[in-house]
Design a protein around this ligand. Structure first.
Ligand code: ATP
Ligand code: LTN
Length: 331
């Protein structure tokens, strides 16, 4: 069976950007790639590359596990687990660092962006992409569904895998990214030139999946647009409106052209009201399932099953790599 691997950091409540760029895609892929097994995880080791409060982190890990399932992932062909519970992830990251160049890591735009916002930068933030490469290569992933911002990390993962394969003939599967056509980069509602992010200090920049209906409507109605008053897609000159059209397209699974055609004679007010209703209706069943899951013991059982399944594969792969490298004693 082929493998699909992806992760999300428990750095804050999940917003509609992460949902449309990744989780919604996982659900669609699980329904269409019937011969693939999904290894999806909560990237808590990635989260601590920037200091976190331990109680908040623990709460976010549980919340994210419930969100994954509430969004419609099915238990069959799924191993859902917490990254830090599988020691092979940390081990593999170190081994991968031995095959990664400083210059490659220095070029990573996510590192540059995040480092800029920190008073002191941990070395783990710098080596973050090697942890991510290990997450993927441990499971010999065929595909990695991610949003647009992770493309560079995926390219680096492929380069590293090919470099290692050159020395140890085809030891790793070279993974392919799967990036959605519409919704791969949802922008902030307050500043459409930056990505909607869990860690943005301004809560008005995003819609969280668990937000109340009236908050969702308020965020959309007050989202930054322009003063032209005409509805058409122009990402450069009308980034705010383009972002809202993208949101609508991604929720409805419709092309931007179709949305443009439906709204060309309508006002921004009507468009925003329709979008708010659409988003509220789409999130309602997710919120309901979330409330049930977060209270049940089922969540823990699923995470334990996922841990056992992932551990088996990951441990074997890292031991094999240790052996290839000549580490330890010959067995
Ligand atoms: P942080 O703000 O803590 O850096 P984040 O909001 O960028 O986190 P991640 O956990 O790093 O979210 O991302 C999880 C997945 O969601 C990745 O595949 C990422 O590409 C995707 N994603 C995150 N934000 C967006 C967005 N605004 N639009 C589309 N996809 C997104
Ligand atoms: N780095 C990603 C989260 C992440 C991930 C992964 C995604 C960690 N490991 C492995 C796909 C595959 C992020 O910042 N969004």
């Amino acid at each position: 069976m082929k493998h699909i691997v992806s992760g999300i950091q428990p750095t804050g409540s999940i917003n509609i950007g992460t949902y449309l760029g990744s989780i919604k895609n996982f659900v669609a892929l699980q329904n269409s790639y019937k011969d693939h097994h999904f290894y999806l995880f909560i990237a808590d080791l990635h989260a601590i590359t920037i200091p976190k409060d331990r109680l908040k982190l623990r709460k976010m890990i549980k919340e994210l596990a419930a969100i994954y399932l509430a969004c419609g992932l099915k238990e069959e062909r799924l191993s859902l687990f917490i990254q830090s519970e599988i020691p092979a992830h940390s081990q593999m990251s170190y081994l991968i660092q031995c095959f990664t160049y400083m210059g490659e890591l220095e070029r990573m735009t996510q590192y540059k962006d995040k480092a800029q916002k920190q008073a002191s930068v941990s070395s783990a933030l710098f080596t973050y992409p090697t942890l991510m490469a290990g997450d993927i290569l441990l499971y010999d992933a065929e595909y990695v569904p991610v949003g647009d911002d992770q493309k560079q990390h995926l390219e680096l993962t492929r380069d590293i895998a090919q470099r290692i394969n050159h020395r140890f003939e085809d030891f790793f599967k070279v993974p392919k990214p799967l990036i959605p056509k519409v919704g791969a980069r949802i922008m902030s509602l307050a500043d459409p030139t930056v990505k909607m992010s869990k860690s943005d200090a301004n809560v008005k920049s995003r819609i969280e999946l668990l937000d109340d209906d009236n908050i969702i409507r308020k965020r959309i109605m007050s989202a930054v647009t322009d003063s032209e008053g005409k509805i058409y897609y122009d990402k450069v000159n009308k980034p705010g409106l383009a972002n809202l059209m993208t949101l609508m397209g991604a929720v409805k699974n419709e092309s931007l052209a179709a949305i443009e055609a439906a709204y060309q004679d309508k006002t921004y007010q009507t468009f925003k009201e329709d979008l708010a209703t659409l988003v509220i209706d789409h999130l309602r069943p997710i919120k309901e399932r979330y409330q049930e899951l977060i209270k049940s013991d089922k969540l823990d059982d699923i995470l334990e099953k996922g841990r056992i399944e992932a551990e088996k594969i990951a441990r074997k792969k890292v031991m094999k790599f240790n052996h290839k490298l000549g580490l330890g004693r010959k067995k």
